[in-house]
Design a protein around this ligand. Structure first.
Ligand SMILES: Cc1cc2nc3c(=O)[nH]c(=O)nc-3n(C[C@H](O)[C@H](O)[C@H](O)COP(=O)(O)O)c2cc1C
Length: 210
């Protein structure tokens, strides 16, 4: 493990998902002391929503670019490069309205780019262009939606299946959801949910190969 990309996507400074991403970083740094952490805080510094100007810059190859389009393309190229450089990706993902936060959704709009992270073959269909690697989603939820496993989906958990699908679409098929349930259900369920998530993080890092 040489490089880990960590995305934080909560708008809250004292977010539970930040505690979990920090725990992951501590644990992985103890196992691989030379690991390089690329930390992108899209919750604290959210990207702009893709409007007409940006969508044209990110989805097409315009001959001339406005300064804002140029900046958006550069930022997108850099964020895609961060995914390419990483050996694994960790995503701090609060559940907002049964799915991802607006910040994470917007990051996805900036990195899911035709020709850069996905292609399309008329015969075989869509093809992800990012080399597969583990993605750990540390999902914090106010309520309890189970463990996000594909064989036992909770009907109101529109986050786990969505993230599995969109990461798979760009090539990242190896998505593991680590859920912290019950964050807003009172002190006991919260402590239990946090302990369970931290134990799962420990086990996931222990299981990583050198
Ligand atoms: C805008 C917003 C929407 C939320 N929607 C949900 C939801 O659909 N289901 C749920 O269980 N909790 C929901 N919550 C609660 C958060 O998931 C919960 O507080 C979680 O711990 C937030 O993670 P964070 O501390 O990492 O930001 C919502 C919170 C906010 C601020």
């Amino acid at each position: 493990m040489k490089t880990l990309l960590v995305l934080d996507s909560s708008p809250r400074r004292d977010a539970v998902s930040r505690q979990l991403t920090n725990h992951f970083i501590e644990k992985i740094s103890a196992k691989y002391p030379d690991v390089r952490i690329i930390h992108r805080d899209i919750g604290a510094s959210p990207l702009a929503h893709v409007d007409d100007e940006l969508i044209n810059a990110l989805r097409k190859e315009p001959e001339t670019l406005t300064p804002r389009q140029q900046a958006a393309r550069q930022a997108s190229d850099q964020m895609i490069e961060e995914m390419n450089e990483a050996d694994a990706i960790v995503v701090g993902a609060p559940m907002h309205n049964f799915t991802v936060s607006g910040a994470l959704r917007t990051w996805i709009d900036h990195v899911a780019r035709p020709g850069k992270t996905f292609g399309y073959d008329p015969e075989t269909g869509p093809k992800g262009l990012i080399e597969d690697k583990p993605v750990f989603v540390l999902s914090t939820r106010g309520g309890d939606y189970g463990d996000g496993a594909p064989d036992n989906p909770h009907p109101a958990d529109f986050q786990s299946g969505y993230l599995r699908h969109i990461f798979g679409f760009i090539g990242l098929k190896n998505v593991r959801i680590i859920a912290a349930n019950g964050m807003d259900m009172g002190p006991e369920p919260r402590a239990e949910g946090l302990a369970e998530a931290n134990n799962k993080i420990d086990a996931a890092v222990d299981a990583l190969a050198a």
